[in-house]
Ligand binder design. Structure first.
Ligand code: NAD
Length: 317
């Protein structure tokens, strides 16, 4: 049985599948050529990450397809309900990415608090001619320790981020309409400290958070979770991170609130119009950016590959 891993698969997962008798093709097929490629090569499964879309057109046109696998969490690039109605297996690897996304969020928080991202942009340009000027410009950073981190969406990644933030001495204000509380186990050396966190109201979080990080799914109605109304309730000078999905924060409202000074910095890993994000976001002096790489670590890719392989072997062998 042949499997097309169109957005790649970690070697460990590929080997596991090959050892179980599958043939795994990792050559990328452009979206518009996928139907022909799947049918002409008799692929029984297609594995994607967030780039390749598996919509109704592909599901209808490829009757031999038995399984769609998403390496990662969000399945908004797949018509999941339709595929399952048609009898296809649709699988993902929900837990594999949490640690990596959480670490990236902490990187963005540290980078924003000390304007590391902007100092990195300016040092090659004027570090020689204006070292003292840059030293002054970037000499008003803040510390994370003792500050309030608002976590919006307190599921796997929200809790993994809270674990790191607690380890850095931050206080957690979590909002999640579907979770009342969570116990976060912070591992320090060979000890585990269990911290119980009760979720709070969105208004309390917005009013008291020094930093905010988004960990909600893409809203089904497409409506942003953070728009003008929510920005107006935040502390002046708040720093906000979005490593969830583009559109979870209204991008127009974000730019307006950065320009007014209400929001000090934003860090974005995800964008409404991927893979062609707005240029005014990309070039904004108060935004640090990564190209949707929250889960893109060697360790996460290995876990994703293994988790996909195990499920495929169980379902198709
Ligand atoms: P999860 O399902 O474990 O947690 C999401 C939480 O959000 C749930 O507890 C849910 O109750 C809560 N929630 C839903 N709607 C909400 C709302 N309006 N306000 C507050 N909370 C709400 O999911 P997860 O694994 O933690 O993933 C979270 C997000 O991260 C998803 O959008 C996912 O697509 C994204 N993600 C991004 C990357 C990346 O590369 N940047 C990688 C993996 C996942």
């Amino acid at each position: 049985m042949k499997i097309l891993a169109n957005d790649g698969i970690a070697p460990i997962g590929k080997t596991q599948l090959e050892n179980a008798g599958f043939e795994v093709i990792t050559e990328f097929v452009p979206q518009e050529e996928l139907i022909n490629a799947i049918n002409n090569n008799n692929y029984v499964a297609i594995l994607v990450r967030s780039a390749t879309k598996v919509r109704k057109d592909i599901i209808d046109a490829c009757p031999n397809l038995k399984l769609i696998g998403r390496g990662g969490v969000g399945m908004d690039n797949i018509d999941v309900t339709y595929a399952r109605e048609k009898g296809l297996h649709v699988i993902n690897t929900p837990a594999s990415s949490s640690q990596s996304v959480a670490e990236q969020v902490m990187g963005h928080l540290f980078g924003a608090a000390r304007e590391l991202y902007d100092a990195n942009r300016q040092m090659p340009v004027s570090g020689l001619s204006d070292f003292k000027g840059l030293k002054k410009k970037y000499g008003k950073g803040i510390e994370l320790r003792g500050k309030n981190l608002g976590v919006i969406g307190f599921g796997r990644i929200g809790q993994a981020t809270a674990k790191y933030a607690l380890g850095c001495g931050m206080n957690i204000l979590a909002y999640d309409p579907f979770q009342d509380q969570a116990t976060i186990n912070v591992e320090v050396a060979d000890q585990t400290v269990s911290v119980n966190i009760k979720t709070t109201s969105m208004d309390n979080l917005l009013a008291n958070a020094d930093f905010i990080t988004m960990h909600v799914p893409a809203p089904a109605d497409g409506k942003a979770v953070i728009g003008d109304a929510e920005f107006s309730k935040m502390k002046k000078g708040v720093i906000i991170v979005n490593a969830a999905r583009g559109g979870v924060i209204d991008e127009d409202a974000l730019i307006a609130n950065l320009n007014s000074g209400k929001v000090a910095h934003a860090a974005l890993d995800v964008f409404t119009n991927e893979p062609t994000p707005r240029e005014d976001l990309l070039k904004h002096a108060k935004i640090s950016l990564t190209p949707h790489t929250g889960a893109a670590t060697v360790e996460a890719q290995d876990r994703i590959g293994e988790e996909l392989a195990e499920q495929i072997i169980n379902l198709l062998s």
